[in-house]
Design a protein around this ligand. Sequence first.
Ligand SMILES: [Zn+2]
Length: 280
Amino acid sequence: MIRSVETIDAGRFKLDGGAMFGVVPKTMWNKLNPADEDNMCSWALRCLLIRTDNRNILVDTGMGNKQDEKFRSFFHPHGEGDLIRSLAARKLAPEDITDVILTHLHFDHCGGAVQMLDGKLVPTFPNAKYWSNRTHWEWARVPNERERNSFLKENFIPLEEQNVLHHLPDDGKPVQFAEGITLHYYCGHTEGLYAVEVDCMGQNYLYPADLIPSSFHLPVPYVMAYDVKPLITLSEKKQFLQMALDKKSIIVFEHDPVTEACSVHLDERGKIVAGAKFTL
Ligand SMILES: [Zn+2]
């Protein structure tokens, strides 16, 4: 049984506003998330923590802190949040995490999964099983030139080498991860991304990861320039938002700098738009 759904603040970073908003003109997106003098916008690294009777399940891990200064200078990690400190504030040590679901293997989602300890790359959560799927794993392990800078081998190869990586079905059908937890499989942002659905005490929660990275990306045409198949993202978003509407879900945004979570409803033109805001 699911006991709680919580968010874990793993800090913030910056990404180019143009890349984050795709074909949307800056005159429009700059009102939503104003860019700095280098056209960079601040984004959250917000993980999900699901507690059941006997498991503490972490979804995504932020970007971690093992990359060099040059790498970090591109992405400007900032803010008070820190994955391990935020878990400690919830009375959880790394040893207490039983499972880590990696929605996908871009660095800002799995960087915190592996840490540098005494000169060796080791799983950050020593007792956890790490979960991905074989299609995405192969996609990340031999990356295309478009996503190469997002798939950093030091973030995920040690998981396989140290036998803590497990693969879930990747046939496109929803995966029942545990009672009350379903993973939905998408291919627009990257091949084989999981969005996470949780039913907890009568409330449905959806964590779309980079399918809908922020509340700013709720309008269907707001698709990131990073996406490998933007037209697939469009149809996946429509399906996902209809599910959120039907299930009266709370959508939790991994990268939204302001809004942690919100419900959705139909506006007078029949579009699915943000409703009430929530903090978990
Ligand atoms: Zn991504």
